[in-house]
Design a protein around this ligand. Structure first.
Ligand code: FE
Ligand code: FE
Ligand code: ZN
Length: 297
């Protein structure tokens, strides 16, 4: 948050989770939820992640949320764009055009929420091939960024590579950086589950993975880290998040990235699955309070 930028220089771990935003409280509720987890950062969707219906900014209860955040020590707000936005769809203009329009407005909403980073899935080429998908995505980003005055970064998320996902390796993200007209508006959201599922070895070759990222894109471009374990083995291209320490990455490697000094100013956001109560199959228990405490050590 802009007002809190000065204290980003201290070395306190910036750690939180995805939180909801709904009901009467809206953003105030998001902040209170984050506080209940002992978080000092949070990530929200501005509405349902699977649709683009959004309340007007005036109804998001932002002022009350930001005032509460300040007092509760919540330092960073990250916004995640809905995953139905697919700027890499070169086949259907009826998907691409509303995506461009929505993204432009989402950047304005992100700034209004006191955030300077909007996480975006690069999208899927829906069968037309990565080359065509990337070209279309670049068109879309160019269109949005040409007009944008929000000052918000679009953080392209590293993806697992399931289906036709763009962003399945660092090379694809580097290509987007190289070809987009305003690369200075881009950042990266590094998702540990996705990177693992895409085939990178965070367990035994963490430094090697980061060195490759640094060479292709630059470690300073990482603006958000999604901290998730993975239910599937490295290279599976699946994208199913596991709770911290319960997947194929494991606690140590996740702890290493969370505490890496090079990312001390980068917000780390958990997107791990909710748990079931004893004897129930309904996921009603957020794991974030325990996982934040665990990772803070
Ligand atoms: Fe994501
Ligand atoms: Fe993620
Ligand atoms: Zn994921």
């Amino acid at each position: 948050m802009a007002a809190e930028k000065a204290c980003k220089d201290c070395h306190e771990l910036i750690l939180g989770s995805h939180v909801g935003m709904s009901g009467k409280d809206m953003f105030l509720g998001s902040v209170k939820e984050a506080e209940s987890y002992g978080a000092n950062a949070l990530m929200v969707y501005t509405g349902a992640p699977q649709n683009t219906r959004r309340k007007p900014i005036a109804e998001l209860n932002i002022d009350a949320g930001l005032a509460y955040a300040k007092q509760a020590g919540i330092r960073e707000v990250v916004v995640h764009a809905p995953y139905i936005i697919n700027l890499a769809n070169s086949v259907k203009p009826e998907t691409f055009e509303p995506g461009v329009e929505f993204l432009a407005k989402e950047l304005v909403r992100t700034a209004a929420l006191g955030s300077d980073v909007l996480v975006l899935h690069p999208g899927s080429h829906v069968g037309s091939g990565a080359e065509a998908g990337i070209a279309k995505l670049i068109d879309g980003l160019d269109e949005v960024l040409a007009q944008d005055e929000s000052g918000v970064f679009v953080a392209l998320e590293t993806m697992a590579g399931k289906g036709g996902e763009i962003g399945r390796d660092f090379e694809e993200i580097a290509t987007i950086y190289e070809r987009v007209k305003r690369p200075e508006c881009l950042r990266v959201c590094f998702d540990t589950c996705h990177v693992n599922d895409a085939g990178c070895d965070l367990v035994d070759d963490y430094e090697g993975v980061l060195a490759r990222f640094d060479e292709l894109i630059g470690l300073d471009q990482i603006a958000v880290i999604h901290v998730n374990d993975s239910m599937n083995p490295r290279g599976s291209h699946k994208d199913r998040h596991a709770n911290i320490g319960e997947g194929s990455i494991g606690f140590e490697p996740l702890c290493r990235i969370v505490h890496d000094e090079r990312f001390s100013k980068v917000p780390k956001i958990l997107e791990t699955p909710w748990r079931c109560e004893e004897g129930s199959t309904k996921k009603t228990l957020p794991p974030y309070k325990e996982e934040i405490a665990l990772l803070r050590g």
